[in-house]
Design a binder for this molecule. Structure first.
Ligand SMILES: [Zn+2]
Length: 434
């Protein structure tokens, strides 16, 4: 078997400080050796040897909150929640495009975060079958909501309740949640998404948890029995604590997280995905909008007065400023953080994933090394794949990037296609500009 020798690399393995003059050997889809150049095995005549002088070798990135079917309207300001607004076949095409985009941005793994109509499972299988060129897919279910919650599409779109589910799946009571969890995991999903609170974006936040403890438990027990995971939209202290108590694995957004939440999350070994780029983009538009001239176009689907719109925007600002003020404390506490934001929603085009990482480093002062760990090692650990992916070590699967730049000094270099010189997924070069 021909091997590939990446020699003289600056190794950024997602866990440790960079190590210079390192050789990584890949055979098939596995990393077979990681050592100092001087201690590396000798290449054979058929092996490919690549000198990476001045370049960084790092694990493939993970996008931890991937809505594969979002983005129909190209990042404009008036995208509906994707459900039945588009035919299923069109959503599949979008998902294929988004998956290919992610892979070519260096994101070799994605963790789904709700989609309609089995899209993620189809995408996962299409990638495995070679039908779509895409990253490794951890497939997510519909977004499970209770009647009357802010994400329940029946509140605003008459067709959402007709039996063919759009993005969301409306459920009430533990039995309904249990059955839906069994059904969607049985169809091949890997993670269940539940909507536990309003807030984080266009909906006004309130300190509530939509789901009862019994409903939460019905989902987590059913998923964990099958070795699967559960993620929850949480934007209130009450919902964070309720979800963590019920052993939800991935806490999305976690707005209003505080010391009590941090302690509970650490105790439960849960993962937090703050996904703050959306806030930043939303407020950039909302706070500069001429609200006297025309209505602000991003809302939750209900008519509202100008005063209500302005109050909603002020609420988003308060939530954002609060989370900005505590995120460093969360990071320093040892909570496992992972990157992943609502790309495909208005102002957030798929492919712009590195901007979220850049925000944490440049606006919030989180060290780049930590944010890279959030996008590699932590993400793999969060879904129980840390022994296979997320770092560069002997025996692991070969998902690798070669970067002509120093992401520790300037994380934005990861966004530049010219600097992303190679992308390797499962031992195969997706991009090879070496
Ligand atoms: Zn989302």
């Amino acid at each position: 078997m021909t091997r590939t020798f990446f020699r003289n690399a600056s190794l950024l393995d997602g866990e440790n400080l960079p190590r210079r003059e390192t050789t990584v050997v890949v055979a098939g889809n596995r990393i077979t050796s990681v050592s100092e150049d001087t201690a590396a095995p000798a290449p054979g005549p058929d092996d490919r040897v690549i000198d990476l002088a001045g370049k960084v070798l790092m694990p493939g990135l993970w996008q931890g909150h991937f809505h594969s079917g979002f983005g129909a309207f190209g990042g404009g300001t008036s995208a509906p929640v994707l459900g039945l607004e588009e035919p299923t076949a069109y959503l599949g095409m979008l998902a294929a495009r988004n998956a290919t985009t992610a892979l070519h941005c260096g994101f070799t793994s994605i963790i789904g975060s709700s989609n309609g109509q089995g899209l993620d499972v189809c995408l996962k299988e299409a990638v495995l079958a070679g039908v779509v060129e895409g990253p490794r897919v951890t497939a997510c279910t519909h977004e499970f909501v209770v009647s009357g919650d802010a994400a329940d599409g029946t509140n605003r779109s008459w067709f959402m309740g007709l039996g063919s589910h759009g993005l969301v799946r409306r459920l009430d009571g533990p039995e309904a949640f249990r059955q839906a969890t069994r059904e969607e995991l049985g169809r091949g999903a890997d993670v269940v998404k539940i909507s536990a609170s309003p807030g984080h974006g266009s909906h006004v936040a309130r300190d509530v948890c939509y789901m009862t403890d019994a409903e939460l438990r019905a989902v987590t027990d059913t998923a964990h029995e099958r070795g699967k995971r559960v993620r929850a939209h949480t934007a209130s202290k009450t919902s964070i604590l309720a979800c963590v108590r019920a052993e939800v694995d991935l806490i999305d957004h976690a707005d209003r997280i505080d010391r009590e939440c941090i302690d509970a999350i650490l105790e439960a070994d849960a993962t937090v995905l703050p996904s703050m780029l959306w806030y930043d983009r939303f407020l950039g538009l909302a706070e500069n909008w001429d609200h006297d001239a025309q209505p602000f176009p991003i809302g939750d689907g209900f008519p509202e007065t100008r005063e209500q719109t302005l109050a909603r925007i002020r609420g988003v600002r308060e939530d954002y400023d609060y989370t900005r003020s505590v995120l460093a404390e969360v990071a320093e506490s040892g909570v496992r953080l992972v990157v992943g934001d609502d790309f495909g929603t208005p102002l957030m085009p798929h492919g712009d994933y590195v901007s979220e990482m850049e925000l944490y480093v440049k606006q919030l002062g989180i060290p780049a090394l930590d944010v890279i760990r959030w996008a590699t090692k932590n993400a793999a650990d969060a879904i129980g794949m840390g022994d296979q992916l997320g770092t560069i070590a002997r025996g692991l699967l070969a998902d690798l990037l070669v970067v002509d730049g120093d992401p520790i000094r300037d994380i934005a270099c990861l966004r530049d296609p010219a600097r992303l010189r190679a992308i390797v997924k499962d031992g195969v070069f997706v991009k090879d500009a070496l």
